[in-house]
Write a protein that binds this ligand. Structure first.
Ligand code: NAP
Ligand code: MG
Length: 407
């Protein structure tokens, strides 16, 4: 069989631990035998980040800006323990944080739905994709413990020295206070990212906030979303047959639980943090979430939502069996190749990646799965395999399929 050619390279960001092992295997067994793979490779393994003073992460982000599509393996975000474990020069920042800041992007998370792996919420037929604003609010808050009676105010001093004051509270005893902020620029970019993403996947978009209570702060989010929609997206949405709607956060939550899914849900920073955990858990397994970072100017970085799966890695190093689920990693590669194919006008590449996706899903549907899925499947007598064996099985099935394509 002739390998599928590629025109533009895919930016590849390698990573750490168990995820990196499944990563390499996915690339060697499921992509390289079939695609004449062109990559611009960056090794984001913690040792290499340390050796390059984290320059490699910046380079990888810049390459993503240049080529437009990247695929990333999970990476360790060092804490004190990791600094000792890897004898690091410094507690390097989270690579995802660095990349997100450079691309100014929004993260979209969507579950992989498979027959036989049933979500806890029975009405869900299609994934709900959650978009979380990644700037400001509670995560950049300034907080204050109030010791006793007194006046607490919000003061803005303009560049020209003029002051604007609002009373927070006249305290008659001890308490707490908090100041949060956001930027029109960041909210506008967030709105743009969400609107282009929903258009890209041809799904309805809702944005939720609490503007009935927060009449200035949340109202500003609502207004900016509306403005961006009217000015930049309304026509394209009506042509694509999709809608944008603002929704009170309370309604958005009950809608999520009652609906069949199949839409994009944009949330403010805190709501997105909480709701993405709720969705991931309700869909069955952390290993079944995919993630994509989209920048306002349409650059894409795909990855699995889970981490490096450290516990499994140490067991694997000791020679034990690691039944780590490679599905989200395989899907990240597939989605990146589909996007690359779309941008380059290569139908062959897009079709190949779609077939790899189907073959992977059908393998699970036929009852072959890793241990984490065995716990939540409704398939009777599943055959439990390791992550590496699972990839081998998918490879065999894919090879057969490509040798004698279905009529
Ligand atoms: P994790 O790697 O996601 O793993 C947490 C637990 O979830 C695992 O121990 C395992 O549960 C289960 N799990 C996750 N992925 C799985 C898979 N593919 N197959 C089967 N089970 C899976 O999170 P963590 O242990 O908190 O973090 C480990 C490292 O990953 C940290 O250094 C963190 O910085 C990094 N991290 C990176 C990213 C990223 O790069 N995007 C994201 C999150 C965390 P059982 O042990 O019960 O089997
Ligand atoms: Mg959280």
């Amino acid at each position: 069989m002739e390998k599928i050619p590629m025109t533009t390279p895919l930016v590849e960001m390698d990573g750490d631990e168990m995820a990196a092992i499944l990563w390499k295997e996915t690339k060697e067994k499921l992509i390289k035998p079939f695609v004449d793979l062109k990559v611009d490779y960056y090794d984001l393994n913690l040792r290499n980040r340390d050796a390059t003073d984290d320059q490699v992460t910046v380079d990888a982000a810049m390459a993503t800006k240049k080529y437009g599509v990247a695929v990333k393996c999970a990476t360790i975000t060092p804490n004190l323990e990791r600094v000792q474990e890897y004898n690091l020069k410094k507690m390097w920042k989270s690579p995802n944080g660095t990349i997100r800041a450079l691309l100014d992007g929004t993260v979209f998370r969507a579950p992989i739905l498979i027959r036989g792996i049933e979500p806890y919420i029975k009405s869900w037929k299609e994934p709900i994709t959650l978009a979380r604003h990644a700037y400001g609010d509670l995560y950049r808050a300034t907080e204050m413990r109030i010791g006793g009676p007194g006046k607490c105010e919000l003061v803005f001093t303009g560049a020209d020295g003029t002051e604007h004051r609002e009373l927070i509270h006249q305290f008659d005893g001890p308490g707490v206070a908090q100041g949060v902020h956001n930027l029109d620029r960041s909210i506008r970019n967030f709105a743009r990212c969400c609107m282009s993403y929903a258009l890209d996947v041809k799904q309805d978009l809702i944005f939720s906030a609490k503007d009935t209570i927060s009449k200035v702060y949340d109202r500003q989010f609502r207004d900016i979303f509306r403005e961006v929609f009217m000015e930049e997206f309304m026509e394209a949405y009506s042509q694509a047959g999709i809608t944008y709607q603002y929704c009170l956060i309370d309604d958005a939550v009950s809608r999520a639980v009652k609906s069949p899914g199949g839409y994009v849900w944009a949330c403010q920073n805190y709501d997105g943090d909480v709701m993405s955990d709720m969705l991931a858990t309700a869909y069955g397994s952390a290993a079944m979430m995919t993630s994509v970072l989209v920048s306002p100017d349409g650059k894409y970085e795909y990855e699995a939502a889970h981490g490096t799966v450290r516990r499994h890695y140490y067991r694997y190093l000791e020679g034990g069996v690691a039944s780590t689920n490679p599905l989200a990693i395989i899907m990240a590669w597939c989605n990146a190749l589909i996007k690359r194919g779309e941008l380059d006008g290569s139908e062959a590449l897009t079709e190949f990646a779609q077939m790899l996706k189907r073959t992977t899903i059908e393998t699970v549907e036929s009852g072959i799965m890793t241990a984490d899925l065995q716990k939540v499947t409704t398939i009777r007598k599943p055959q439990v395999v390791t992550g590496l064996r699972f990839i081998e099985i998918v490879q065999n099935r894919l090879t057969k399929r490509l040798e004698c394509p279905a009529p």
